[in-house]
Design a binder for this molecule. Sequence first.
Ligand SMILES: [Zn+2]
Ligand SMILES: [Zn+2]
Length: 312
Amino acid sequence: MEALSENLFLNGEDSDEAYVPPEACKDWPIQDCHFSDWQKQYHGNWFLCYGRVMCGQGWPIAVQAMIFLLMLPTFMFYVLVILPYSEYLDVWKHTALTLVGSGSVLFFIVLIMLTDPGYLPSSDAPSYNVRYELSNGKTYCETCKIWKPARASHCVICNACVRNFDHHCPFVGNCIGERNYMYYVSLLWFVTLGSAYELTTIVFVLLEVAPMVSANRQRTLYVAFVLSIRNNPCLFFLALISGVFLFTYGHHFFMHLYLIVNNQTYKEYIRRNDLDFDAKRYDRGCYVNVYERVCLPVHQSHILVSQSNHNR
Ligand SMILES: [Zn+2]
Ligand SMILES: [Zn+2]
């Protein structure tokens, strides 16, 4: 392989854009990589338990986002809505719902953060400049010096190619790829569900409180509701946060449902208007698309724990 690499390098140096690499190099498998080698190469990842657990490179931002965007609003909801208005709400039932909901969100955030999205280790072969696509969908990554599989893409933030690359999510500090995509969709579902629950609970409390704050019983429910909001600005603020979360995460969830049904990644979706790109090339019908995304097993991680199973 080394001799072939050298040959390639020389040919690549001398040739123009139309250079066609030898057939053999197109079939080079993606090499596995020991976690310590990966850590040296990509300094951002954090490994725990001797490489058994890998943390995405953006984990400090992810932890802050988790605390300030998810845990803090949930805590405020519990302290400012559930506890003070226990006369209108079943506190135990709502405590259980809040714990299960926030626990599920936390569980999926941690899973996404700690799962290798499907990184493809780079090769040490010399680079050669080819920009076309093979019949099996493979394309060459100039940075990683590998023929990446169909639908894999290079993430500039992680500086690595990712299998079935969807996008890089700064809020979870990791790439979203083949190996953690369904965790991401599950997270969107639970945040959407939790936001809808919080919003409806706050509206319910405001409606229950409304008759109390309305001195004049002749006022309509609408006016009483507006008065209730004026007298409870904290509840209104929390309802606003829940509404924004419901809209943004709900929108993302339904968009990813659309992508699953159409067998598209987000990267393919945003390129749907490119004239030289067929965004529906992997569409095999709704049922097969869903089966492929949800039921088929994902590829094993190329980042290995011990040297003994290196290049297995
Ligand atoms: Zn790459
Ligand atoms: Zn990334």
